[in-house]
Write a protein that binds this ligand. Structure first.
Ligand SMILES: [Zn+2]
Length: 507
């Protein structure tokens, strides 16, 4: 309703001054007597009031009893906490939980996902709920790192209510490498047309793709021209059934680095192993898009080996953005956890029909992919816990002790799993980060100011300050006292439009 009023207001604006007054009224909100928690100012938390006008924060009063501005809708924030809207800087909105990154255009089954044409309506309903689920958990800005078909990003942006969406598209995999390797050879170049050419593989690259059109500089220019704010590339030799994938050399990474710097784009690298993160650190990437859970030859070590510590020390020294994405692992183990689908939060973020489907044998197809040798559920869970989960916890704990530049990113969904659901996955990721040793303040900053600064969005978002976009979240509890606060949301503002949390839940 409010949004309709705002739209009407902007139409009325040009008609006459009488209606202009109405525009001001519709777009003016005074949030009073609220505890303002803004990440640049955590040493001076105070009760005050915030004025929103036409989608922007125009005034922040850090004192009690400031005079209510004229013609403003007053929202009492008494006893509540106001924070900037949360930012998740690693999502994949065109990937469907429990199905995968199966672009409609392909209609094929592949290891990265399964096509279920008979469930098209269910998927459509999910896509309508998707932006609302992010808002339900307070996420007002998202960055999509890989969307093979950008139409889905446009569809998202055309939903009536949605978080702001930025992207690194089109992503830049190394020729025939991860993740284009998941698509069959005849399809992968269409799905990932912005790949980096490799002369050594000329025989396995279709002739229509010319080397000069696929240099790092040409690819980065294409990201820039598409409106991307970041470059997403990959260093991954493979896992599961797919191994020995081609990866780029340090020289190629250096070219990508130069081009990204020249075009003013943030350079992000998919890297979850010791080898890959060392490669990224040596090549001065801006952001490592995963935690280090694969230690290679050191996998059997119980503590954190010195060799790993020295790479982590460089991550800290170079202020490389670190997305721990621990929920990637939990997303895989969800199939072996008897309680996961029973969580009361799930019906809030996915339509009932989809949840019912997750509970069917067909809806659990991905379980076999994760556990192809049919081990007992408890053994699978235990294996993850003792291996990759333990590794990434040690790494995150070490980095937290050095106050690394953590960026909050969930990689939702990171696989064709129902274990990474929009919005809720962020809340679960926060719990993982806390368990691994990050403080509440570190988590709060990672999801607000750190992300805003790293992606050069800090003139717009990331704090509660005059001049910023009015993307705000009102909480019943303080996020500096408990993580539950992020599940105690009462109101979310997107560009100044107030949304009651319950109205965003799936029906
Ligand atoms: Zn990802």
């Amino acid at each position: 309703m409010k949004r309709v009023a705002v739209l009407l207001a902007s139409v009325c604006f040009v008609i006459g001054s009488g209606t202009f007054l109405f525009a001001q009224e519709a777009g003016r909100t005074w949030i009073s007597d609220v505890t303002i928690i803004s990440p640049e100012n955590l040493d001076h938390i105070s009760i005050g009031s915030v004025l929103i006008e036409n989608g922007k924060i125009v005034r922040v009063e850090r004192k009690v009893g400031a005079k209510v501005p004229e013609h403003a809708t007053v929202v009492s924030g008494k006893g509540q906490f106001l924070i900037p809207g949360l930012i998740d800087s690693h999502v994949h909105i065109s990937s469907i939980p429990g199905m995968g990154m199966v672009p409609d255009q392909l209609k094929i089954d592949q290891p990265l996902g399964k096509s279920f044409p008979q469930h098209e309506t269910m998927v459509d309903d999910y896509l309508k709920q998707l932006p609302r689920s992010y808002l339900y958990y307070g996420y007002t800005t998202l960055i999509d790192l890989v969307a093979p078909f950008p139409q889905e990003l446009n569809d998202f942006r055309h939903q009536p209510l949605h978080p702001d969406l930025y992207s690194c598209n089109p992503s830049m995999p190394f020729a025939n490498g991860y993740p284009m390797s998941y698509a069959p050879p005849e399809m992968r170049f269409k799905g990932f047309p912005n790949f980096i050419y490799d002369p050594a593989q000329a025989a396995s690259i279709p002739a229509e793709y010319k080397p000069e059109d696929h240099t790092p500089a040409a690819d980065v220019a294409r990201v820039k021209a598409s409106g991307g704010i970041c470059v997403k590339t990959f260093f991954e030799r493979g896992f599961g059934g797919m191994r020995n994938l081609p990866v780029m050399s340090p020289e190629v990474l250096a070219e990508v680095r130069r081009a990204a710097t020249a075009d003013g784009l943030v350079l992000m690298m998919h890297a979850n192993s010791f080898e890959a993160q060392k490669f990224g650190v040596d090549g001065n990437v801006d952001v490592l898009a995963h935690g280090m859970w694969n230690w290679g030859a050191m996998d059997d070590a119980t503590g954190l080996p010195d060799e790993i510590k020295s790479v982590l020390d460089q991550i800290v020294a170079k202020k490389i953005g670190y997305q721990a994405t621990i929920q990637v692992l939990a997303g895989l183990t969800a199939y072996f956890d008897p309680d996961y689908l029973k969580m009361a939060a799930i019906p809030k973020v996915v339509p009932a029909e989809m949840l019912a489907w997750f509970n069917t044998p067909e809806g659990k197809w991905f379980k076999k992919e994760v556990n192809d040798d049919g081990r007992p559920d408890a053994a699978v869970l235990n294996g993850f816990q003792r291996g990759p989960v333990h590794h990434v916890q040690l790494v995150v704990g070490y980095l937290a002790g050095k106050d690394a530049n953590f960026l909050f990113g969930t990689d939702t969904p990171s696989a064709p799993t129902y274990g990474n659901l929009p919005g809720l996955n962020g809340y679960l990721e926060m719990q993982q980060l806390r368990k691994a040793g990050m403080s509440l303040a570190q988590i709060f900053k990672a999801a607000t100011i750190n992300n805003a600064r790293e992606f050069k969005l800090d003139s717009q978002i990331g704090t509660v300050e005059a001049g910023k976009v009015a993307n705000l979240v009102l909480l019943r509890k303080s996020p500096l006292e408990s993580l539950d606060a992020y599940d105690s949301i009462s109101t979310v503002w997107v560009h100044g439009v107030a949304l009651q949390r319950e109205s965003l839940a799936a029906r």
